[in-house]
Design a protein around this ligand. Structure first.
Ligand code: PEP
Length: 254
């Protein structure tokens, strides 16, 4: 019952780029990828550059994404941004539960779950990040960690809601380190993730969900990763800050 899943490549610009730099980067990417519709492409600049990047990509098939949001709709939450504010800026996607948010800002699976539900209620598509640390991998806990993060972060979603979620498998030891999971290591975890998703909802929903790999993906390793049967795209950090590298990875996904 394997479904054809369109590849999805997202660039996580993290806390980088002024508005002028973000505009220039988006313009370069648009120039190179004009008319590309074989893969979904998502740019996730910092909040401060959402408007300017949104304007650059508005007439293209490239979609805008944010890197985080709060689960409440509005109110006294200094420094936070709501799902409807992101929709107001024409965001389609939002990255949730990135390991940097979990590690640096104490995000828990329960926080991720609230955010996922708030995002879906606002018709934002969540990109939910999961992944083990090196210590957890070496202790043979990869599957247990990923299962706990999926069951916690996606708790209470119906099959229809789950099918809209993108999952990003990002082994923490591969993020920003230059150390990539081998295609076989990544495929093994991706297949496991799909099995967990089937248990959470249905086999059909699990076959619809796109599972990205993230962790030092670059042009040199992208094709081998992206041709694995359960790898449906990439979440790109460092290489997404360079238009040439990012575009090259998108081309490998076509
Ligand atoms: C990320 O932070 O989501 C990521 C995958 O980073 P990098 O590509 O730099 O490893």
């Amino acid at each position: 019952m394997k479904k054809l899943r369109k590849k999805i490549i997202a660039g996580n610009w993290k806390m980088n780029k002024s508005t002028a730099e973000a505009q220039a980067l988006a313009q370069e990417i648009v120039k190179e990828l004009a008319g590309c519709s074989e893969a979904d492409v998502v740019l996730c600049p910092p909040f401060t550059a959402l408007k300017v990047v949104g304007d650059v990509i508005s007439q293209t098939s490239i979609k805008l994404g944010a890197q985080n949001m709060h689960w409440e709709g509005e109110g006294a939450f200094t420094g936070e941004i709501s799902a409807s504010m992101l929709r107001d800026l024409y965001c389609w996607y939002v990255i949730l539960g990135h390991s940097e948010r979990r590690t640096c800002f104490g995000e828990t699976d329960d926080h991720v779950n609230r955010k996922v539900k708030a995002a879906l209620a606002a018709t934002l598509l969540p990109i939910v990040c999961v992944g083990e640390t090196l210590k957890e991998r070496e202790a043979g806990q990869t599957e247990a960690v990923v299962k706990r993060q999926l069951e916690g972060g996606l708790a209470g979603l119906g099959a229809g809601e789950l099918a809209k979620v993108v999952v990003a498998y990002e082994p923490v030891w591969a993020i920003g380190t230059g150390r990539t999971a081998t295609p076989e290591q990544a495929q093994e975890v991706h297949a496991f993730i799909r099995k967990v998703l089937a248990g959470l909802a249905s086999e059909e929903a699990a076959q619809t969900v796109r599972i990205q790999y993230g962790g030092s993906m670059k042009p040199a390793n992208a094709r081998d990763l992206l041709t694995q049967p359960d790898i449906d795209g990439g979440l790109i950090g460092g290489a997404s800050l360079d238009a040439r590298l990012f575009v090259e990875i998108v081309r490998q996904a076509m």
